[in-house]
Write a protein that binds this ligand. Structure first.
Ligand SMILES: NC(=O)c1ccc[n+]([C@@H]2O[C@H](COP(=O)([O-])OP(=O)(O)OC[C@H]3O[C@@H](n4cnc5c(N)ncnc54)[C@H](OP(=O)(O)O)[C@@H]3O)[C@@H](O)[C@H]2O)c1
Length: 230
């Protein structure tokens, strides 16, 4: 049996870089995608140390680039598509930047579906047939007790719904889908006051992904395995 292969977006820093590290150390082939490979020093160092990490240029906001990469990789099998890239458009009531909201909505909500559409054949050829998307508890309507963050919250609530539909539509093809909450994690986005480090978050999410199958497809799960109400 050949080693599994994962495609990760936003692999150059934060959770994406840690996913790349952990899957590579575990012997997986990693298609590590990032916007600017030439300045992704940590990722370059990792790829130099691990022959199983291949870096690909991908700005996920450019759908033509997504289609071009899918074509370039048309002979590859992908066991796991990991939609990690995300942005935090700022917004507070009375001072909403609607243009930033629209841009953030594209990256956080539309890109995971576009990636699934572009790579569904590659995933169908994989042994594991899995799609995991980084959402956030901030996208849970049930959990919202503090308000604000309109742009980020709505973009993650929308991707939750998109991934739920995707889980239903891809079930007949044997592809399972999970939506993940990584916890509040120490990254550029999470900030230094966050509760957990990337190692803990990614180790937990990898376990959730390992346990993903058609009997539990379409759920919203935190890094510690807890189900989250939509
Ligand atoms: N950290 C947390 O506490 C937390 C909590 C809940 C959910 N999340 C989610 O977890 C995911 C990863 O977050 P993080 O904390 O690792 O954030 P981060 O440190 O800010 O990293 C974000 C990553 O997304 C990439 N990205 C953004 N826009 C992109 C684009 N157009 N094309 C390609 N890559 C793009 C960034 O690439 P560049 O370097 O090129 O900008 C970077 O690699 C996100 O979806 C986030 O919403 C994080």
């Amino acid at each position: 049996m050949t080693a599994n292969q994962v495609l990760i977006t936003g692999a150059n820093r934060g959770l994406g870089l840690e996913f790349t590290k952990q899957y590579a150390a575990d012997g997986w082939f990693v298609l590590a995608c990032c916007r600017h490979p030439q300045s992704a020093m940590a990722l370059q160092t990792l790829a130099a140390a691990h022959g199983n990490v291949k870096i690909h240029a991908l700005d996920v906001g450019d759908f033509a680039q997504i289609d071009a990469l899918a074509l370039q990789l048309k002979h590859e099998s992908i066991d796991l598509l990991l939609n990690n890239a995300g942005v935090y458009p700022s917004s507070s009531f009375g001072d909403t930047n609607y243009s930033e909201w629209a841009d953030g909505f594209k990256i956080n909500s539309m890109v995971p579906l576009k990636m699934a559409e572009a790579f569904v054949q590659h995933i169908s050829r994989g042994q594991l047939k899995k799609i995991a998307t980084l959402s956030s508890k901030m996208g849970s309507i049930d959990d919202n007790s503090s308000g604000e963050s309109y742009s980020y919250r709505t973009s993650k609530a929308a991707v939750n719904m998109a991934m739920k539909s995707l889980s239903i539509d891809l079930r007949p093809y044997g592809i399972s889908v999970v939506t993940l909450h990584p916890g509040w994690v120490q990254t550029d986005m999470g900030g230094s006051n966050a509760l957990i480090n990337t190692q803990t978050s990614v180790a937990g999410m990898r376990k959730v992904i390992a346990d993903l199958n058609l009997s539990n497809t379409g759920n919203f799960i935190a890094y510690d395995g807890q189900a989250i109400n939509w």
